[in-house]
Design a protein around this ligand. Sequence first.
Ligand SMILES: [Zn+2]
Ligand SMILES: [Zn+2]
Length: 259
Amino acid sequence: MSILDSLAPTGPFMEFFVYAAELYGVRYLVMAAVAFLIARPVAGWGWGRVHADAPAVFDTWRNVRRELWYSFLTVIVFGLVNAALFGWEWFDNCLMYFDEADYPEWWFWLSIPAMLLLHDTLFYWLHRVMHARWLYGVMHRVHHQSVHPTAFAAYSFHPSEAVGEALIVVAIIYIIPVHPLAFLIFQTISTAYNVYGHCGREFYPAGTATHWLGRWINTSTAHAMHHSHGRYNYGFYFLFWDRLMGTLDPAYGVKVERP
Ligand SMILES: [Zn+2]
Ligand SMILES: [Zn+2]
């Protein structure tokens, strides 16, 4: 079958595109909408601790409209990348396994935190590179237009950043063997953590930054600081790389403690 045939509305490319775009779109929308109902980046009604530098005045709808528009484009890009991977069978050489008997059950469960660690590492370095002057304007400025992001900013990327974000996730299945269900669970955790990171409120307790485990966990506070000044705090789920590379904001400990 030619590539043109696969692009037909009933071809494998189109089928995977529609399936993937629906999955990414619906999952993002439901999670972001729930988080938006619970939390906002402004003082007042809502659960969780509002960030210390919450804006006094915030044009919610103008921000949400922009975040929704770029997130819609991101869902299209994610759909296209998945369609190319699965619809055109580009994943032939990857390590994804479909028969559960191929690997022990403990690996199925261990592969999920392994994917989170791997994704955190790839994301940290992609994020650092996108803050380089020559790439920032093209790839990453759109995401930082949300100076005080809402939960809907989770997918608010320029399409070129969306391609980069999709490719670092695809890279994972070329590095470690994963079952599609484990991959689905990992991506759902990823979207939920992404939404939390942008929701504008903190749900971890005040002592998180000094707790033996909490000090390694990335928080909504750390990412809100990244959005407000565009320096420091490049991690996704963890703070390993930020602590190791000296890119954790020195004011983070104080900010996360402030009620
Ligand atoms: Zn962000
Ligand atoms: Zn950034």
